[in-house]
Write a protein that binds this ligand. Structure first.
Ligand SMILES: [Zn+2]
Length: 378
């Protein structure tokens, strides 16, 4: 970006920022991506579910939307980054390739995300607008802010992921010194590789609150990388610690492990669904036990995309062929202000999720294609 473009962007940012952003008094929102692509059959079919807490308990606490769909058919890809950005922006195709020869699927939003709307409307620090991401998806580090003129980096969310922790830890170890020449060189190599995976990581740095979070994490789990939980259990652990230590107002947890079915057998997929269900139980219990969240938190649980249902495929459970079931998801929304025990008997478009979360929190997702689901509110 040249200086003129930078100054133009800066001016737009300053104009967009309210003189005195209001203090936030609405509920917290925890958005759970039941991700890695799941089919309705293994999640919300009452007889076949591998997520009994979700299906039999949480659906009763609020509004159950059994027929949420990725309605856009032209040009849309039913995949993880795309579905996640549909949820965060309330638009389809509101992303562009962030540009990398080494990693595919690296998309950045071209319209504002929920985090940016929230932080431009209310005085909420970045560490309370949080994304919790999987360890092997640095491409999702791009979701913290969009590239549009009026919002962007000043209103970004912060990110907790193992990738971020490794960056913190490696930088700290280099700063601490005390290693011999070979060990230092190896560490410098690791640090360069981590940086290369996510060039946006360093502008800006993570906030002091997030750095302190990682310092406590490192003190607890150490440097060897073998003691912390892995996979989606790690995401649950990060989310629970974030709720206890950072108290995010808006937090999105990007579960992903059902996607391992691309490479493994179907039991990896069904086990991963059960692990997310256990994670949901822990998140909901933690919200009930914490005065900052109790009776003051709306949960929105929804997949990024569906999966193929064709049993004749050589490799079943894929989601890249734009089949009807890859467009079929669902949602469960519950918490204060939300109708209890209602199942919506109509098709709802995935692009309605973002404006609905905006309505819960008291701002408008002005670039969303859809409107909030008015019938879910008390
Ligand atoms: Zn996949």
């Amino acid at each position: 970006m040249d200086r003129r473009a930078f100054n133009t962007g800066l001016a737009a940012t300053l104009l967009a920022r309210p003189a005195h952003a209001a203090s936030y008094r609405g509920p917290n929102v925890i958005l759970v991506r039941f991700g890695g692509g799941v089919r309705r059959h293994e999640t919300i079919d009452p007889q076949a579910t591998w997520a009994p807490f979700l299906r039999h308990e949480l659906t009763k606490r609020g509004v159950f939307i059994p027929d949420l769909r990725i309605e856009q058919l032209d040009g849309v890809s039913t995949s993880h980054a795309e579905g996640t950005l549909n949820l965060l922006t309330g638009r389809y195709l509101a992303y562009r390739d962030a540009g990398s020869k080494f990693l595919t699927d690296r998309l950045e939003p071209t319209e504002p995300t929920l985090f940016e709307y929230l932080r431009s409307a209310f005085d909420i620090p970045s560490h309370q607008a949080l994304l919790i991401n999987g360890e092997d998806r640095p491409q999702e580090e791009f979701f913290t802010f969009g590239v549009n003129d009026h919002y962007g980096i000043d209103f970004r969310s912060e990110m907790l992921s193992l990738h971020r922790f490794k960056l913190f830890k490696t930088r700290q170890m280099l700063a601490e010194g005390g290693l011999d020449g070979a060990a230092t060189a190896e560490l410098q190599k690791q640090y360069a590789a981590l940086q290369a995976a996510d060039p946006r990581d360093f502008a800006p740095q993570q906030s002091p609150q997030i750095e302190a979070f990682w310092a406590r994490w490192r003190a607890h789990y150490g440097d060897d990388g073998f003691r912390n939980p892995r996979g989606d259990r790690l995401l649950t652990e990060l989310a629970l610690r974030a709720m206890a230590e950072l108290q995010p107002t808006l937090m999105m947890v990007n579960y992903q492990d059902p996607d391992y079915v691309h490479w493994g057998n179907p039991s990896h997929y069904t086990r991963a669904i059960a692990v997310i269900d256990e994670g949901l139980q822990r998140l909901v219990s933690a919200a009930e036990a914490n005065p900052a969240y109790r009776d003051n938190t709306v949960f929105v649980i929804t997949p990024d995309c569906g999966r193929d249902a064709n049993p004749l495929m050589d490799v079943p459970f894929q989601h890249h062929f734009n089949s009807a079931t890859a467009h079929e998801t669902w949602a469960v929304i519950f918490g204060p202000g939300i109708v209890r025990g209602r199942a919506l008997d109509r098709t709802v478009d995935q692009s309605a999720i973002a404006p609905t979360i905006a309505a819960v929190m008291g701002f408008r997702a002005t670039s969303a294609e859809n409107r909030a689901l008015g019938e879910i509110f008390l």
